[in-house]
Design a protein around this ligand. Structure first.
Ligand code: FAD
Ligand code: AMP
Length: 478
């Protein structure tokens, strides 16, 4: 049996980053991953790279350009006739990006000396992983390690009332590979994934109806931003029905008939395709034997402390399989932390500043606490906001929708939360995270020089507005 210092199970963003960092720190490392692509070839990178972050962003980018070419360029004095869609080419581009990045992770494993093993890993005991080869008729191989990192990720939550058939009823993975643009597309769930996929297909020409059981739109975001987002997305033509609980969905062969209930009573609607986007659940079953003493909570997450230590033997768990937001960058940072702890260093993740981004148009992004969270905690705070409408660069770009809001502690002035809706907020939020990581006050940001004309100035002005000293808009006395 080959023995390693570390075996990582799962090569999604959490697992592959952990494996690379372990190898950088001189640990003999193997990474076991069972993902096979459509061609039944190993494809490193997990959900994020194969059917998540990357392909969705490729299609969001392509669809935005398509829409721009169709209706967005006239205002710039650019007229294009006969803009047509070649969906097959758009999908081929997306697939190529995924394949190149799959190879990229494989290359990084090679250059760092990580042993990559394709197959399903099962933790037989605290030091032994049994790998079942997915390709070659279930051959088994035992490998050993002093330390184990579990990074098996998550999968879509299934709805018994709307079973995925991968024909007309699909999950998020299926929705990234339609062969034609649905005429009418239904989506169950107005969460991040539902909104991003809805945006893609709406831009490409589908009529999109999103059915969301809850009354509150994007409850995890600052409520001022959620309200603005709902207004902007509805204005684009996304038919988002809040308080609409789906009761059943049936594929008749031609169309999917969906029954749902609102305060107005029961209704039905029919769609060419239906996407079930009601959340994701951790992949914690069939992963380890009872002898490892690992604890899985009622929601299926492996229990860990703030260092991702399971409390058992030398076993750690990271990424979507443990508490916290199911985000690739959160898993990556946990991977680095655990590798450094195993190597005897003092790794840490700051869970207070994890950025959240929704890649719709306008983009929605935030880090830290929202107004409603601060109010619930009884923290007194000051607030400053600034609209993109008053930014010269935003005007030049024709991207004047949205705003940035900075929340700072009323006594210490420390920045507690930053909330954004507007163009390029996925990039702008990085500035807020750096500020918060360094414990900046709103005055620190006010005293920082930002290049003109840039969208970043909107962040600067929002920080200035905390103390009523924004320059490029009248300050409203607070
Ligand atoms: P995963 O990426 O799920 O990887 C786990 C890997 O482990 C997989 O390859 C799996 O096959 C393998 N595995 C599982 N069990 C075993 C086993 N027993 N043996 C061997 N291998 C095993 N997050 C963002 O931060 N930004 C985004 O823009 C974003 N967009 C998304 C869009 C969509 C459509 C979806 C579905 C998700 C998106 N996410 C996004 C979420 C992101 O994909 C996840 O948070 C991230 O992939 C979690 O990483 P992970 O390493 O924990 O697990
Ligand atoms: P997220 O967990 O952010 O991906 O969002 C999933 C969304 O799906 C949540 O907002 C849920 O309220 C919503 N949801 C779950 N079940 C149903 C249902 N039967 N009908 C409509 N929406 C649902």
């Amino acid at each position: 049996m080959t023995n390693y210092d570390v075996i990582v199970i799962g090569a999604g963003p959490a697992g592959y980053v952990a494996a690379i960092r372990c190898a950088q720190l001189g640990l003999k490392t193997a990474c076991v991953d069972d993902w096979l692509n459509d061609k039944q070839q190993p494809a490193l990178g997990g959900t994020c790279l194969n059917v998540g972050c990357i392909p969705s962003k490729a299609l969001l980018e392509s669809s935005e350009r398509f829409l721009d070419a169709r209706t967005g360029l006239e205002k710039h004095g650019i007229e294009i006739d006969n803009v047509t869609l070649d969906l097959a080419a758009m999908m081929a581009r997306k697939n190529k990006i995924v394949t190149e990045l799959n190879r990229g992770v494989a290359g990084l494993f090679k250059s760092n000396g990580v042993t990559s093993i394709n197959g399903h890993g099962f933790l037989k005991n605290k030091n032994t992983v049994e790998v079942t080869d997915g390709k070659k008729n279930g051959n088994k191989l035992n490998i050993g390690a002093k330390n184990i990192i579990l990074a098996p990720g998550s999968k879509p939550v299934e709805l018994g009332i709307a079973p995925v058939d991968n024909k007309a009823i699909v999950d998020s993975a299926g929705a990234l590979s339609f062969h034609e643009v649905p005429k009418r597309l239904g989506i169950i769930g107005a969460g991040v994934i539902g909104l991003e996929l809805g945006s893609v297909w709406h831009r490409l020409g589908a009529e999109v109806v999103i059915l969301e059981a809850m009354e509150e739109f994007l409850p995890m975001a600052d409520s001022q931003i959620s309200r603005e987002a709902l207004r902007a997305l509805k204005k684009q033509g996304l038919d988002i029905k809040m308080g609409a609980k789906v009761l059943s969905a049936k594929n008749s062969g031609e169309l999917v008939s969906v029954a749902f209930e609102t305060t107005k009573g029961k209704q039905t609607d029919t769609f060419d395709k239906l996407i079930v986007a009601v959340g994701r659940k951790p992949n914690s079953t069939g992963l380890f034997s009872e002898s490892t003493d690992l604890i899985v909570n009622t929601r299926g997450f492996i229990e860990v402390d703030e260092h991702c230590y399971t409390g058992q033997h030398n076993i750690y768990a990271i990424g979507d399989v443990v508490r916290g937001p199911m985000l690739a960058h959160k898993g990556m940072e946990e991977g680095v932390m655990v590798a450094e702890i195993i190597a005897g260093q003092s790794g840490r993740v700051n869970y207070e500043t994890i950025p959240s981004v929704i890649y719709t148009h306008p983009e929605i992004a935030w880090a830290g606490k929202s107004e409603q969270q601060l109010k619930a905690a009884g923290t007194s705070f000051k607030s400053g906001s600034f609209p993109f409408m008053a930014s010269g660069r935003a005007k030049a770009a024709g991207e004047t929708g949205g705003m940035i809001k900075v929340l700072a502690d009323a006594k210490t002035d420390r920045v507690l939360g930053v909330h954004m809706i507007g163009a390029r907020c996925s990039e702008l939020i990085g500035q807020a995270v750096i500020a918060m990581e360094f414990g900046a006050s709103s005055e620190d940001l006010a005293m920082t020089m930002f290049a003109h004309p840039t969208l970043s100035e909107v962040f600067h002005e929002a920080a200035l507005a905390v103390d009523n000293r924004a320059i490029h808009m009248p300050n409203i006395k607070k």
